[in-house]
Design a protein around this ligand. Structure first.
Ligand SMILES: Nc1nc2c(c(=O)[nH]1)N[C@H]1C(S)=C(S)[C@@H](COP(=O)(O)O)O[C@H]1N2
Ligand SMILES: [Mo]
Length: 200
């Protein structure tokens, strides 16, 4: 399994404050933040489509996703609204695995969700064990409110990058702002550098 390199997971002291990026506070519940209604997507109908910069499309069904090697990352979550939740455990497939057979020279990604939500990030932030398409949370199927049947998990960036009800990726040669990024949130969103809004 790919080593997990999420800040706050490996080799850090036990003092909880050390795990908290600037301006964040700890929560022990799991808040739900959604910009619209929860789309109801059945696993049987779920599919994940990667479209490359040349227009070639690769699609994974739910069965395809389940047949890929699964990982169980334990990571910290940091929401731009200032709550952080430590040591959450998920199950899913690394983007390294999903993108291994996709030929692309793209540098940027626009992530797409059922319901129309989008978010953008550099392609390299999805690779090297930094991101997963997850379908279980703490040993249970992922609840619809938290993005079930499957969501993106990119824990080293603010949680708005972790698109719920994920439906695919557009691999792009240029950066294209997503939903919150168009509304003034930071294009990258590193919690350790407190990149909340454009210009931070
Ligand atoms: N599709 C979709 N994904 C989304 C959102 C959304 O509104 N729609 N909200 C984002 C934001 S702002 C946050 S903080 C997290 C919240 O995840 P949670 O509801 O599981 O806590 O989901 C992110 N992913
Ligand atoms: Mo958020």
């Amino acid at each position: 399994m790919t080593p997990i390199r999420t800040p706050g997971f490996l080799g850090r002291p036990r003092d909880p404050d050390v795990h908290l990026p600037p301006g964040q506070y700890l929560v022990h519940d799991f808040p739900v933040l959604s910009a619209g209604p929860t789309p109801r997507v059945d696993a049987e109908d779920w599919a994940f489509t990667v479209t490359t910069e040349t227009g070639s499309r690769h699609t994974w069904s739910w069965a395809d996703l389940m047949a890929l090697p699964q990982e169980t990352p334990t990571v910290d979550l940091h929401c731009v609204t200032k709550w952080s939740k430590l040591q959450t455990t998920w199950r899913g497939v690394a983007l390294d695995t999903i993108l291994a057979r996709v030929d692309s020279a793209a540098d940027f990604v626009l992530v797409r969700s059922h319901g129309g939500y989008t978010t953008n990030l550099p392609l390299e932030d999805l690779l090297d064990g930094q991101a997963w398409v997850v379908h279980e949370y703490e040993g249970e199927p992922l609840a619809a409110a938290h993005g079930g049947p499957a969501r993106l998990l990119v824990p080293h960036l603010y949680l708005w990058k972790s698109a719920k009800w994920v439906s695919g990726l557009d691999l792009l040669t240029h950066d294209e702002p997503g939903f919150w990024e168009q509304l003034g949130y930071h294009e990258y969103g590193d919690p350790w550098r407190e990149q909340r809004y454009a210009g931070d």
